[in-house]
Design a protein around this ligand. Sequence first.
Ligand code: SAM
Length: 207
Amino acid sequence: MSRAFIPAAGHDFFLPLYDPLWRLLGGERVRATFIREAGLAAPQRILDIGCGTGSLPVQIAATLPGTEVTGLDPDAKALGRGAGKAAAAGVDVCWKEGFGDALPFEEGAFDRVVSSFMFHHLDLDVKRGMLREARRVLAPGGALHLIDFGGQTAGKDGALARFLHSHESVAGNLDVELFTEAGFGDVREVSRGRFLFGRYAHVRGVA
Ligand SMILES: C[S@@+](CC[C@H](N)C(=O)[O-])C[C@H]1O[C@@H](n2cnc3c(N)ncnc32)[C@H](O)[C@@H]1O
């Protein structure tokens, strides 16, 4: 796409390393917990914004038959990997090239919007735009579930975690006000976790 974005592994060249690295860090377990905590279930229509190489949409479609899953990302190469995973798992996922703050979907088209570890890739104004767009495409009563790096670091976090958390795209990443400004109600932190890169949290807001 002509508009710039930060790809999954920071650079196209490293994309093949992205999935093995996540597996090493326990990404599959984190995603399984996220799916369970988000209360995803058939026959929901579910959109994953910034789905990257498609692991989350494929995991949702494989574990929850009867859901209608769409994965959106600006990176055509990453989406291609997602399509390969879906074919290997024998599941249907709709793949869409696009940006989180300009969603190519009708108002109220989804029951749940999810997003995992992509929010820190965005500047603050794009974060705001993405939250407004997530709110727009959710049906009344639907919910956004977002998991990403954020929250306070503590002394026992390593230097790498503390450095990454001080970056402006991560600091304040998951502030409740960002979600309420975009029109979400009942915003709350569902859970927190920690791994090598630092702390992450799962935040939920209701449309
Ligand atoms: C670290 S990866 C996370 C991928 C996936 N969600 C996961 O959990 O493995 C971040 C993804 O966000 C995508 N991205 C970057 N800017 C974006 C934007 N403005 N809108 C939607 N996705 C974006 C990147 O292309 C990348 O695939």
